[in-house]
Design a protein around this ligand. Structure first.
Ligand SMILES: *Cc1c(COP(=O)(O)O)cnc(C)c1O
Length: 453
């Protein structure tokens, strides 16, 4: 009976579920792992096979699965109320969480607008930035455009796609998107200006300075993933890049939107990536790790200046007319509070530092493999770019799916990872043990070698 119901889960999945970012024609042809349980950094499928969760269940998990403190916080909250609306009412867990978020955010951030996932947090940031200038009126109303960066990823809703820079995901929707201005790339391995990081004069920043000089009057905001463009291929910015961009934005009255959906909550080794370069953005989007990987929740954090730009007599209609049904959900906020408690109680940031150094050492070995073109790491986010030729940086054919093949092979060795094209991603829960991290990198090294020889 039990086996029948297990087989049935896989069968039902193939018959009824349309998976994200998945060519379903291929999906339904083979049996796929169906996860039924998890503990710590390990996932278990319906056949009882275990896999190390090497990408934190798509970059969300922080302290592992079935973390007692978060489990309990959710159960405790269930005994009070699961959900009540923030439209016209306060909520105890969301109020508490808002205060905690402001306390850990860069100084100057004072207000929290809740939503449900990274994409909506970005939509909110874009609409706030746009309306902020409209509310100000006069010549400021001409500030309507957004600067987006090549290889950026900010989510899959249409506003977020408009400021995205990944052709494969975004190009087809072109006719539906609003107009943006493209800023300079910081993908140094493939620098569009043909420079090398070690010897360049940061010509990309001068290009941005010229752009803002020329068109600042029509630009509402620049949106950036601070320190790391995650979905773009774990592209790590040079030191000081974010601070320099923040400075340019300030100088030209262009708002800075920091999308920390991937980098937030300890991923880069500090609670927020902005902290590393002493940057306070005008708007800060967070999601993924906010609940420790348990429940959907997101927030757009704002400075007082942005918030106060919406204060006006009721009749002037400067209100922010935006909100979602589950905004500030009590269960999700309870999970988020437990997540933040764990950061303190278990000194997570302190304890992850030696593991970040260990990851760097393990990556150095992987970097020696003949088809590894570039290895990029920032904290506990890492990308390994596979190339056909190291010398010319020539890519593999799209249809060869080399990255995918490496990850499928890793499953046979008990490691669950998911690539970004031909970039192999290593992004484990911050709670991973040293032994597990060594195992993860060992399997990745072996699978890259076997698939690219
Ligand atoms: C994942 C991601 C998003 C989108 O978040 P969802 O919760 O998937 O909607 C936005 N920005 C960045 C930087 C992300 O990594």
């Amino acid at each position: 009976m039990k086996n029948r119901s297990r087989a049935a889960a896989g069968e039902k999945d193939r018959r009824f579920v349309w998976h994200p970012f998945t060519q379903m024609r291929d999906w339904v042809r083979e049996e796929q792992p169906v996860i039924q349980a998890a503990r710590g950094c390990w996932l278990e499928d319906t056949n009882g096979r275990r896999y190390l969760d090497g990408v934190s269940s798509l970059w969300v998990n922080i302290h592992g699965h079935r973390k007692r403190e978060i489990d309990r916080a959710i159960v405790r909250q269930l005994g009070k109320v699961a959900h009540s609306t923030l439209l016209g009412l306060g909520g105890a867990p969301s109020a508490e969480l808002a205060e905690r978020l402001v306390r850990i955010a860069p100084s100057g951030i004072e207000k929290v607008f809740f939503s449900d996932d990274g994409s909506t947090a970005v939509e909110v940031a874009l609409k706030l930035a746009f309306q902020y200038w409209q509310n100000r009126g006069g010549r400021w109303r001409g500030k309507r455009k957004f600067v987006r960066l090549p290889n950026a990823y900010h989510g899959d809703t249409l506003g977020a796609v408009s400021v995205g820079g990944i052709g494969l995901f975004h190009k087809v929707y072109g006719p539906l998107l609003f107009r943006t201005v493209e800023g300079p790339s910081f993908y140094c391995y493939r620098c569009p200006l043909g420079k090398r990081r070690a010897s360049c004069g940061r010509e990309c920043l001068s290009a941005l300075a010229r752009l803002l000089e020329r068109r600042g009057k029509e630009i509402a905001a620049l949106i950036i993933e601070p320190l790391v463009q995650a979905a773009g291929g774990m592209i790590v910015a040079p030191d000081g890049h974010l601070a320099a961009i923040a400075e340019l934005c300030r100088a030209h009255d262009v708002l800075l939107i920091a999308d920390e959906v991937a980098t937030g909550f300890g991923r880069t080794g500090t609670i927020f990536a902005c902290e590393r370069e002493g940057v306070t953005p005008d708007l800060l989007a967070v999601a993924k790790g906010i609940t420790g990987g348990y429940l959907p929740l997101a927030a757009t954090l704002a400075t007082r200046r942005i918030h106060d730009g919406f204060l006006a007599p009721f009749r002037l209609k400067k209100t922010f007319f935006h909100g979602h049904s589950y905004t500030g959900n009590a269960l999700a906020c309870a999970a988020a509070l437990a997540n933040l408690d764990l950061f303190e109680k278990e000194r997570v940031l302190e304890r992850v530092q030696p593991k970040i150094a260990l990851l760097a050492r393990l990556l150095r070995r992987i970097a020696l493999l003949p088809h590894v073109g570039d290895v990029r790491q920032c904290g506990f986010m890492a990308g390994i770019e596979l190339v056909r030729s190291r010398r010319t940086k020539r890519e593999y054919a799209y249809a060869a799916r080399v990255g995918h093949r490496v990850c499928m092979r890793a499953r046979d060795h008990g490691v669950m990872i998911r690539p970004l094209g031909d970039v192999i991603v290593i992004l484990p829960p911050l709670s991973i043990s040293r032994r597990e991290l060594e195992f993860l990198c060992g399997v990745v090294e072996r699978c890259i070698r076997e698939e690219t020889e």
